[in-house]
Write a protein that binds this ligand. Structure first.
Ligand SMILES: [Zn+2]
Length: 363
């Protein structure tokens, strides 16, 4: 027997709160599994905790603090919603959120039903059964179906109902070191970051001056709906939003069009009209103080994140946006370096600690 000397790579164990969120199935409007995870990990650390009619989870630390800092990360993910079952028991669907239609077929899916999870696969005509022209086309949604192994409409409808939602059955795993893949890093990492920041601040010996409110928002993927109403409820002076952002460091991505950001390069701090300049500067200062790497991106319009809703809530909110670099967004195999996630938790906590009483008057 030959004994090889293998240099021991430090084995990275991701936090349970994050892996439970990644495991939770939470298509927009059907977020109950993610809500339960957030409840379990964040509620015990909060001074007050509430849920609202759209499923937001709102955790408050230091309720008498001033100003109010809102931290928002959406917990919903892309999904499929059952629309029709044909006579042979094949299940048709529409999409929840912005799917890439080239990757929908050939997937294992789990449908959340009243009777528990139902397994299926997304089927379409095999390549052998297509003519030359069809092979070049991206299938329309109605040309794909879910096969749950039922033999008739009656049998299928005994197991699934119109309006049930489904997600890809792709689970989180590490692929190398701290680099992992999952079907919904977008935006379970964000929900984790806002919840974990509050948990860590609750352990500080000194309370923050601010009232810190961490919100796991619902229904971001279909129009920032949870953030719209929770921004009103929380009524912050300052807000930090965290979502995922494109790492543009992979092949076939033109930096002239999409800027330059990379996986593992640190949280991406956004600039542009959706962002308050002082909040941006303070984020940069906090990152420098912590000596964590960060990247800067710009966006010339309201961003495609909760920040677009929160900034224009009530009389206006000084808003910042930080993105976790991610490859292959809105596919079943998104890729993130979890070190960037941990860096963002530290960044948010430092930003919160740096707010002095009455600070918001300078925004
Ligand atoms: Zn998204």
């Amino acid at each position: 027997m030959t004994v090889h000397s293998i240099p021991q790579m430090a084995h990275y164990i991701p936090p349970a709160f994050l892996t439970e969120l990644l495991h939770a199935r939470s298509p927009s409007g059907y977020e109950s599994e993610a809500q339960a995870v957030f409840d379990r990990h964040v509620k015990p650390a909060a001074d007050t905790y509430m849920a609202d009619a759209l499923g937001n989870r709102i955790a408050t630390l230091n309720p008498a603090g001033d100003p109010t800092l809102m931290l928002a990360g959406h917990m919903d993910e892309l999904g499929l919603i059952i629309t029709y079952v044909n006579k042979d028991g094949f299940v048709y669907f529409d999409t929840i959120g912005g799917h890439d239609r080239t990757v929908i077929s050939g997937r294992r899916v789990v449908i959340q039903t009243a009777g528990g999870p139902v397994k299926g696969v997304t089927g379409k005509r095999a390549i052998h059964l297509m003519d030359e022209a069809d092979r070049k086309k991206v299938p329309e949604i109605h040309e794909i179906w879910i096969d749950i192994g039922a033999r008739s409409k009656k049998e299928a409808l005994a197991r699934v109902s119109i309006g049930d939602a489904a997600t890809y059955d792709h689970e989180f795993e590490l692929i190398h070191g701290t680099i992992g893949t999952a079907r919904a890093f977008d935006n379970k990492v964000g929900a984790y970051i806002v919840g974990e920041t509050l948990v860590r601040l609750s352990r500080d010996a000194r309370k923050p001056a601010a009232r810190v409110v961490s919100v796991a928002t619902s229904q971001e993927e279909i129009g920032v709906r949870g953030a719209t109403i929770s921004g009103y409820t929380v009524d912050p002076q300052v807000a930090l939003v965290v979502d995922v952002g494109h790492a543009t460091d992979h092949p076939d991505c033109d930096n002239r069009k999409y800027g330059e950001t990379r996986l593992g390069g640190g949280p991406i701090i956004c600039r542009g009209p959706n962002i308050n300049h002082k909040v941006f500067e303070r984020l940069v200062k906090a990152a420098a103080k912590l000596k964590i790497p960060y990247q800067v991106e710009s966006d010339p319009r309201p961003t495609g994140t909760d920040a677009r809703a929160i900034q224009v809530g009530r009389g206006g909110v000084a808003t910042g946006l930080v993105s976790i670099p991610l490859r292959y967004m809105h596919t079943p195999s998104e890729v993130v370096d979890l070190e960037d996630v941990e860096r963002c938790v530290k960044l948010f906590a430092e930003f919160a600690r740096g707010i002095a009483k009455g600070d918001y008057r300078i925004w």
